[in-house]
Structures are given as structure tokens and as C-alpha cells.
Design a protein around this ligand. Structure first.
Ligand SMILES: Cc1cc2nc3c(=O)[nH]c(=O)nc-3n(C[C@H](O)[C@H](O)[C@H](O)COP(=O)(O)OP(=O)(O)OC[C@H]3O[C@@H](n4cnc5c(N)ncnc54)[C@H](O)[C@@H]3O)c2cc1C
Length: 444
């Protein structure tokens, strides 16, 4: 008997999960609302790049595509902080040899789509939008957005990998009794700018770093692209002092950048043109439960969309694929068992990921230039260098390990409490005493 699976959404999670399903012998049909992104020219500024880290790499390796992605990934071993007076400070993210990687969303997506179709057993139908779903029976209603034809399809299992505003969730799960749902837009939005390469193709900023211009309530960040450009993102509140609503004229935008990010302003050509070229977008957290029902499951942003401040949304979505694949093997494709364990074990990690993402927003925005924070980080790095099995900084647990997000968040909060207490008692000078005390407390 042929095994059939339907995946709604050929974004990051859907494309990767299709490869896993195809490898497991499923005939996979993928319905994607957008045009085939491989036919559309992707300009670096249009499609944002993403920070890929350890959890993401593991899932790519499991699907056999790590090598292809390595070819397009730019290592960023640390953050480069830009102060208002142009001073640069480099803060490594982890130990020697550890890095996060900048990858182009479009390029990464295209690699996975190619693999799913060429090497796997998957068919991707573009400009096909899911407009209805029967969760129990594994049936979907699809509209061909070109011809307007509407038809039904069904499979043994259906996956909603259709992003934060998932139709599978909205048309299916949200109509069921006792479905919990929370959608929380944060006060801040974002706008992208493309910092082009120099004429000779070289980078205008250090290539191997994630650049941050922290300015308290708002910040600018920049990640390198393969072509020498940087995709820069300004995160700022929609309303209030220093907000998007205050930048009402080209003159105000120009003056704002000149005063606030002077070193960036000096190298950024066509700032105003760029400002208008990209939309102002919002950011939200979506929590829901259950994630599965009948023959249908949600994965990726569809069930745990988060704000991007830990650079983990895609990594977590990829980790969903690792978790689902492990369970598929463990339960010998008994999907009832797979779905039960998937949602029961993974939901708390989705919640923790969202808490962590918000936490890191405050860290990036308010603390990365704070002397006490930097002192604490220095001691934590020392401790983790000397006692790697006993003290791993929260950032490393999230970014460079496979420790479940919920566990990382729990341990991270405990470590933070211990450090803060020790610093309060010994001040910012007595490093040795703080180290000893922190170690003693974590061992208790
Ligand atoms: C500004 C920003 C920066 C980010 N940076 C990072 C980062 O550095 N690192 C990181 O790990 N994560 C990052 N993320 C998060 C990351 O983008 C998401 O977590 C990731 O895209 C989720 O993948 P997904 O496949 O679940 O959803 P998506 O990538 O959104 O894919 C969903 C797909 O479903 C399709 N679709 C939607 N509705 C339908 C429908 N009705 N029928 C058919 N198809 C449909 C969409 O067209 C899309 O192709 C960032 C997010 C933002 C907004």
C-alpha cells in the first residue's frame, strides 16, 4: 500500500519535513500558496537572511543536506557592537570554534525544495492555497489561485507547516472545542534596509559578525549576505518617543540615522530610497494547544511562532522535524502515538522558546552595552571554559546545544539568579570570589 502524506506550506519547515517524509517512503504532496520562489529573482534585501545554529544544523544533517547548506553559510562567531561614537566591541558568542551562520532564506528554501523534489518523492504545487481542512479524516481543500479551481485531496497524515498565520490552524484547529489560542503582537515592529557591497564586491563591515547598534529602546542589526551586502533590520516601537510613528518625513529619517547610527549612516548609500523600499512589519507570538488532532499535526511557526530575537524560530521549526522523525521511527509510524508524544513533549519547548526570545530582546536592546551584564558574561564564559559540564551560559545552551528549550530556560534562570546574587555581594571586581560562589551554588 502506498503511504501518502500532505504538507501544507513549502516554507522552511514544510520543505525540510517533506524530505524526511519522502525518505521514509511517503508519497508527499506539498501545497504552497506562493509562486515557485526558484523562478522569482531573489534580491538579497527582499528576502531576509537568518541565523542558523546547532539545532538547525542537526535537522539538516538528518535530512542529508548539511553539506549543500554549508556552501552558502557565513560563520558569525560573535556580535560586533557599534557605539554612538563609532567604537567597535566584539563579543564572542561561545567558545573558540563556535559560531552561528548567516544564510539566505530564499537560497536555503530553494535548496530544500530541490532536494524534496529531485531526490525525494515529493511534488510541490505552487500557487495552491489551502482553504479548508478536515483534521480527523486527513482531508484538505485546495484552491489553485491561478485557475480558481477548488478541489479536495486526502492522505494518511497531513501536516500544517503554513507559518504563523496558518490556514490549517485557522480553518481546522481553531474551530474545534477547547482549542487554546493566544496571539500577542509586541509593541515593536521592524524595517529592513540593504547595505550594498563595495564596488569591488567586498563587505563594508566585518563579514564574520552579527552587527548590533544597541540604543536602549531600539536597535539596528546587520547580517552578512553572500554577495558582499548586509541585510540590516531596525527594530523599534510603533508608537511613542523614538518610534516609527515619529519618523514621518524623509528629513526626520535622515537626521535620525545621522544622529543615532553615525558610522552606519556614513557608509549607507541611498538611505531614504531604501527606507521606502521595504515595508514596516509587525512581530507576534502565537501559542496554541493541542498541536495535533486526528490525522493532522502542526509544526514550525504554525504552532509556536515567536519574535526573532534569539534567532531560533527557524532552528526550532527544524528541530520539530528532528523530533517528529525520531518519534516516527520510535513508534513505527503509528501516527496516533507519534502525535501524542510529539505534542506532549514539545509544547513546553515551544513555550520556553517564546519566553527565551522575549528575554533576549531585552538583553539585546537594554543590556548588551551594560557594564554589569558584560562583567557577568565574562565570568560565565570563564566558568564554562573551566567547568563545561557544570556551567553552560544560557546563550550557549540555546544556540550551541540540543538541550530542550524548556530545560535551558529553567537552568538559565537559575544561573542568572546565582550570578546576580554573587555580584551584588562582591561587586564588579572580585572575579575569583564570584566564580567560587557561583560554582558552589550551582553544585547544591
Ligand atoms: C524579521 C525576522 C527575522 C528572523 N530571523 C531568524 C533567525 O535569524 N533565525 C531563526 O532561526 N529564525 C528566524 N526567524 C524566524 C523564522 O523566519 C521562522 O521561524 C520560520 O520561517 C518558520 O518556518 P515555517 O516553515 O514554520 O514558516 P514559514 O517560513 O513562514 O513558511 C510557511 C509557508 O506556508 C505558506 N502558506 C501560508 N499559508 C498557506 C496556505 N493557506 N496554503 C498553502 N501555503 C501556505 C507560505 O507561503 C510559506 O511558504 C525570523 C523571523 C523574522 C520575522
Amino acid at each position: 500500500m502506498e503511504k501518502k502524506a500532505i504538507v501544507i506550506g513549502a516554507g522552511l519547515a514544510g520543505s525540510l519535513w517533506s524530505i524526511y517524509l519522502a525518505k521514509a517512503g511517503y508519497k508527499v504532496t506539498v501545497y504552497e500558496r506562493r509562486k515557485n520562489i526558484r523562478d522569482v529573482e531573489i534580491s538579497a534585501g527582499k528576502s531576509i537572511n537568518l541565523a542558523l545554529s546547532t539545532r538547525g544544523w542537526k535537522a539538516l544533517e538528518g535530512a542529508g543536506i548539511k553539506q549543500e547548506v554549508e556552501e552558502i553559510a557565513i560563520p558569525m562567531p560573535g556580535r560586533m557592537m557599534h557605539s554612538v561614537d563609532g567604537e567597535l566591541t566584539f563579543q564572542p558568542y561561545g567558545q573558540e570554534g563556535q559560531a552561528i551562520y548567516s544564510v539566505s532564506r530564499g537560497h536555503l528554501n530553494a535548496i530544500m525544495m530541490n532536494l524534496a523534489e529531485e531526490k525525494g518523492n515529493a511534488n510541490i504545487f505552487y500557487e495552491h492555497k489551502c482553504v479548508g481542512v478536515n483534521l480527523e479524516e486527513g482531508k484538505v481543500t485546495i484552491q489553485n489561485t491561478q485557475t480558481k479551481e477548488v478541489f479536495e485531496d486526502e492522505a494518511d497524515v497531513v501536516f500544517g507547516a503554513d507559518g504563523a498565520f496558518s490556514s490549517v490552524r485557522y480553518k481546522g484547529f481553531q474551530k474545534t472545542n477547547r482549542f487554546d489560542y493566544l496571539q500577542d503582537f509586541i509593541d515593536d515592529g521592524y524595517k529592513e534596509l540593504l547595505l550594498p557591497a563595495n564596488e569591488d564586491g567586498s563587505y563594508k563591515l566585518e563579514k564574520n559578525a552579527l552587527h548590533i547598534w544597541p540604543r536602549g529602546r531600539f536597535m539596528l542589526i546587520a547580517l552578512p549576505n553572500e554577495d558582499g551586502s548586509f541585510t540590516c533590520t531596525l527594530f523599534m516601537p510603533f508608537e511613542g518617543e523614538n518610534s516609527f510613528e515619529t519618523l514621518t518625513t524623509d528629513e526626520k529619517v535622515d537626521q535620525f540615522f545621522k544622529d543615532t547610527f553615525p558610522d552606519f549612516y556614513a557608509i549607507m548609500p541611498n538611505l531614504i530610497e531604501n527606507w521606502h523600499a521595504h515595508p514596516l512589519s509587525s512581530l507576534c507570538i502565537i501559542r496554541c494547544y493541542p498541536w495535533t488532532k486526528g490525522k493532522t499535526a502542526l509544526l514550525g511557526d504554525a504552532c509556536h511562532a515567536t519574535v526573532p530575537f534569539y534567532g531560533q524560530g527557524m532552528n526550532a521549526s527544524f528541530e520539530d522535524c528532528t523530533v517528529l522523525n525520531d518519534l516516527m521511527i520510535k513508534h513505527n509510524e503509528n501516527w496516533k502515538e507519534v502525535f501524542k508524544e510529539y505534542q506532549e513533549t514539545r509544547k513546553k519547548d515551544g513555550d520556553a522558546l517564546q519566553d527565551l526570545s522575549l528575554h533576549n530582546y531585552y538583553v539585546m536592546r537594554d543590556y548588551v552595552a551594560d557594564p554589569t551584564f558584560l562583567f557577568q558574561k565574562k565570568i560565565e564564559a570563564k566558568l564554562s571554559g573551566k567547568y563545561p559540564d557544570e556551567w553552560m551560559p544560557l546563550y550557549s545552551q540555546v544556540t550551541f546545544s540540543h538541550i530542550p528549550y524548556s530545560k535551558a530556560w529553567e537552568v538559565g534562570q537559575k544561573q542568572d539568579e546565582i550570578m546576580k546574587k554573587a555580584i551584588e555581594v562582591h561587586g564588579l571586581s572580585d572575579e575569583k570570589k564570584i566564580e567560587d560562589e557561583a560554582l558552589l551554588s550551582i553544585r547544591k
